[in-house]
Design a protein around this ligand. Structure first.
Ligand code: ADP
Ligand code: MG
Length: 627
């Protein structure tokens, strides 16, 4: 959705926008309106009440028309407020970008100067600046801009520092760009949204500050009116003729309120995370809204999912990410879950332990029995005790799964001590053993290193070590090797399969790579559009895939040593999850699709010994398989 669309949907921000537009238009057309001269005094008509005779808002202590003074005053106040915000943003951003980009001594010198400015109380500093420059509106503008520069400089410096070391800036440097060009073309476009957000939230404040200085007689000088000076002049008549204060006071309130509402709206619309509710605190476990508990289908299994449905409810839309998954894993078994990106593998895995973020995630049906206990709808304390202790996760991206600010050791020790009370030293010993068990060289030393000091493969091994910390019975590994190169991937796979054999660990291994499945998994389940379309022993499925989707998926895997042959990409795209078609979700892309594929529910039917497929016209029949 466009920026404006988002802004308009936020009702408060929209109200702010409308009020602000009206005020700005009024301020712009003020010279054209048939108003009395704002500065002409008429002492015979002092303190006229509003709506008396020809004056709409009354007159002030010198008989000047308040409406005219108000509009001219708004014009001035807005101009000064926006000008000082622009100046502060421009200078502050320049300072921040230079400090953040060059870092080191430049950064230190500049930021300490900024700190010094920040050490003075705000308004006192502004007063001191105006006092030394002399009263006057321009000087007030300079003072307000100056005291706000540190705010912008600090904000922008922080953002710049985080951008200055990213790969695209390195790439720009490698392509021979100079510093000035990098700042203008690479850094600036990325900090502009931050500048806009900072401005939109401070303009209101700057208008108030300017009004404050004028109120004290240091800003606009008589007879020139701005909102602050109008308030200041009305002060002596506050009790006897309150309308003289109320008129400019109410106007300041309206302006600042509408700017702030608009500013908040702008910030929310510019930051996609705020929009999708990242700031609303997620619940400790996924929301469950199911009709009734479901009995376990596979009672001998360590973990058995039965008819699990997980949806995302946002903006009135329902995305059926997981639409009824049955999956089980026995102790010591490795089950592969394969499917294209977006087929619901991760959401299935996260649903088991209630780790899908709610909102927007909701589990609407099904059960997940772990050792006979249903985890869907289990209370938080139960889940918390199991998470990381008996059921552990390994995530795809090890860098984001590890906390960047703690040493590897601290994180391992914490993972151990959350579930097992033991002295720190003992936990540390255990951590060394864990790192050794995942083949990290000089484990003792590595314990005191930070995640960024490790290579990708090592980080992933730390992730595995952390998953192993409490000797779990089940590890759910969500594409743990996807971001690694093949040699490291092979090491990690053999490590996992060794652990599976030695410790009798059950593993659910999520991947989109059939090669990995072949190496590691006993059984495999193929997922498409949130459902399992085929399931069975790895060898059987790899040798003779029954579902057309599985067959096409395997045809996409290049084989080494088979010479060149055309890779058969699957045409079309996976269906959208908020409007799944009736019948088979794969029908649109299937070369065998016929009328019957597009109607009714297609069940996952047992096809041969231990095999099941969700297709009415599978690649081979039970009879063929039996042969
Ligand atoms: P994958 O099989 O690649 O792991 P996922 O399970 O992560 O796929 O995602 C399944 C579907 O759920 C995707 O279409 C994704 O867009 C959707 N989805 C995942 N997380 C969220 C979320 N927080 N909000 C809305 N939709 C989501
Ligand atoms: Mg995923």
């Amino acid at each position: 959705m466009s920026f404006l669309g988002l802004l308009v949907r936020n009702r408060l921000a929209f109200a702010g926008l409308v009020v602000m537009l009206v005020i700005v238009v009024l301020a712009l057309v003020t010279p054209l309106l048939p108003l009395a001269d704002p500065d002409v005094t008429d002492t015979a008509n002092r303190f006229k009440r509003p709506f008396a005779a020809s004056v709409i808002l009354g007159t002030d202590h010198l008989g000047r028309d308040l409406l005219s003074r108000l509009l001219w005053g708004v014009r001035l106040s807005l101009a000064v407020g926006f000008a000082s915000a622009l100046i502060a943003a421009a200078i502050g951003a320049a300072i921040g970008i230079i400090a953040g980009f060059y870092g080191g001594r430049t950064d230190n010198v500049i930021m300490r100067g900024v700190d010094m400015l920040m050490a003075f109380p705000y308004i006192l500093l502004a007063l001191a600046i105006v006092a030394s420059l002399g009263p006057g509106l321009i000087n007030a503008l300079i003072a307000v801009a100056a005291v706000n520069i540190p705010f912008f400089a600090r904000n922008i410096r922080g953002v710049t520092v985080s951008i200055a070391h990213t790969e695209f800036v390195d790439a720009a440097r490698l392509s021979g760009m100079g510093d000035a060009r990098i700042i203008l073309t690479e850094i600036l476009p990325n900090v502009v949204p931050v500048i806009v957000i900072a401005m939109s939230t401070t303009v209101g404040w700057m208008i108030l500050e300017t009004a404050g200085l004028s109120f004290l007689g240091l800003g606009s000088q008589p007879p020139q009116a701005d909102l602050g000076s109008m308030l200041g002049e009305a002060r002596s008549a506050l009790i006897t003729n309150p309308h003289t204060s109320i008129v400019p006071g109410a106007m300041i309130l309206v302006i600042v309120m509408s700017i702030n509402l608009l500013g908040d709206g702008v910030r929310d619309a510019l930051d996609p995370r705020l929009r999708s509710g990242a700031l609303s605190r997620p619940m400790p476990s996924t929301l469950v809204r199911r009709e009734e508990p479901v009995p376990a289908k596979e009672t001998s299994a360590l973990l058995a999912l039965s008819g699990l449905k997980t949806q995302f409810h946002s903006n009135g839309r329902i995305h059926k990410a997981v639409g009824g998954v049955d999956l089980y894993v026995r102790p010591g078994e490795c089950v592969g879950v394969v499917g294209e990106s977006g087929s619901g593998k991760s959401v299935t895995a996260l649903s088991v332990m209630g780790l899908v973020a709610s909102p927007p995630g909701v589990i609407t049906a099904g059960a997940a029995h772990f050792s006979g206990q249903d985890l869907i709808g289990a209370n938080y304390e139960t889940l918390r005790r199991l998470r990381g202790d008996r059921v552990a996760y390994i995530f795809q991206d090890p860098l984001t799964a590890l906390h960047p600010l703690y040493t590897v050791g601290a994180q391992l020790v914490e993972a151990i001590r959350v579930h097992h009370a033991m002295p720190r030293a003992k936990a540390r010993e255990h951590a060394v053993e864990l790192l050794e068990s995942v083949r990290i060289p000089n484990a003792e030393e590595r314990l005191d290193g930070y995640p960024h000091e490790l290579s990708g493969g090592m980080r992933q091994r730390v992730g595995i070590a952390m998953a192993l910390a409490n000797d779990p019975e089940l590890i759910i590994a969500d594409e743990p090797t996807t971001s690694l190169d093949v040699t490291v991937q092979a090491q990690i796979l053999s490590l996992l399969s060794e652990l599976q054999r030695e410790r009798g660990l059950a593993i659910i291994f999520i991947t989109h790579d059939f090669g990995v499945v072949a190496q590691l998994c006993n059984r495999v389940a193929v997922m498409y559009a949130g459902r399992i379309v085929e399931e069975g022993p790895t060898d059987a499925i790899l040798n003779a895939p029954a579902h057309p989707y599985t067959a096409r998926l395997m045809a996409c895997v290049p084989e080494l040593g088979r010479g060149r042959h055309r890779l058969a990409a699957i045409p079309g795209l996976p269906p959208v999850l908020d409007g799944l078609p009736e019948g088979c979700a794969f029908a649109e892309r299937c070369h065998k699709a016929k009328e019957a594929c597009r109607t009714g529910e297609i069940a996952l039917t047992a096809n041969a010994v231990q095999r099941a497929v969700r297709c009415i016209d599978p690649e081979f029949r039970t009879a063929d398989a039996a042969r």
